[in-house]
Ligand binder design. Structure first.
Ligand SMILES: [Zn+2]
Length: 96
């Protein structure tokens, strides 16, 4: 029996590798929106974040770390407005 290889992706916050399906995908769409891609199939440049508390906490957001991390990972500059929008969606998703 062939063992199926699990695709690994790197969390942009903690830099650890995880199976793709355990990560959250964050995508920059062709019209420059920053989205949390819940389908995993949105068009655009995607990056991944793991579900560890430390990678998802509001403290991490508050430190402004997220914006920098995302900008680097998506190779783009993110406006404060885009970021706030993304952050709001994220917080709702995390139920905070
Ligand atoms: Zn992580």
């Amino acid at each position: 029996m062939k063992v199926k290889k699990v695709p690994l992706r790197k969390c942009i916050v903690c830099q650890n590798m995880y199976p793709k399906k355990e990560l959250l995908r964050v995508v920059r769409t062709p019209d420059d929106q920053i989205l949390i891609d819940q389908s995993g199939r949105a068009a655009g440049r995607g990056t991944y974040v793991c579900r560890q508390e430390s990678c998802l906490t509001p403290d991490t957001f508050a430190a402004g770390k997220w914006k920098k991390v995302l900008e680097r990972a998506l190779n783009t500059s993110i406006s404060q407005e885009q970021y706030e929008e993304f952050r709001t969606t994220w917080m709702e998703m995390m139920g905070r």
